[in-house]
Design a protein around this ligand. Sequence first.
Ligand SMILES: [Zn+2]
Length: 315
Amino acid sequence: MTTDNKPDTLQKFMFDAAPVRGELVELSSAWQQILARRDYPPAVQNVLGEMLAAAALLSANLKFDGSLVMQIHGDGPVRLLVVECDSQLNLRAMAKIRDGESIHDGTPLKQLVNLHGQGRFVITLDPKEKVPGQQPYQGIVPLDGDSVAVVIENYMLRSEQLDTKLWLAADQHISRGLLLQKLPKEGGVAVQMETSEHLDAWDRAVALGSTLSQKELLSTDIHTLLHRLFWEETIRAFDPGHPHFHCGCNREKVGGMLKMLGREEVEEALVDLELLEINCDFCGQQYAFDKVDCAQLFASESTVDNVQTPSNVKH
Ligand SMILES: [Zn+2]
């Protein structure tokens, strides 16, 4: 592999002569760390890896400090896929497969997660610092498309009114993706006219991207891809970013989760168990809570709720 010693990379670029922006992402180390913790069937690996690349590509556009969470709630053998990327390009991901399901190699997305048409695709934008009472923004749509890329393209067009094209590929070694997006028209008086030249430029960029096969995407590093695809265009490349695996779980958050379950449920579980052991689904870290820990959780409830929100929160 040519990518073994290189850091994972997210490369943003702009077309000089067209209102089109692009990004390429290459995830090797982060993807390996995610896979090292779980033994997913290859078909699930492919979908999760493609979602991971997509989350990194979309999060590069976040206009706030926080996370982008992408979920597929499946009605087939795969129950749940979750990928998360924050503004610092910290990535984590996990999949949950229904008990007793065996998944063949090459099983298509629809059969994995949308067997009965009940699958859902959810994007959550979760700012780190929320104003009091603020809920994270969440968009939920049916799983409209035969690939992760098409599902997201449809979502972006419908929910964000953004023309977006994605090419994604992942195997057990690497996850790569290309994003092209037509820049929205500027508002105000000096409206940029959508000239036929600009429309041509978008169509041309998409046509160039469409020459990319999954095989080529899996086997070619992103700098070579950028040159190979767009060598006839004048491209401005920005300083690359470096995504990495990081799980932000901690004891406090797991405690918060237990509190949400409610005192009654937790006490009931502790009747049969000496210790509640909770494993983080993303990184495998184990957290144990005994009776005393749990009693403390609920005893401290009132004081925690009274904590003032920081005064520097922007409205
Ligand atoms: Zn964790």
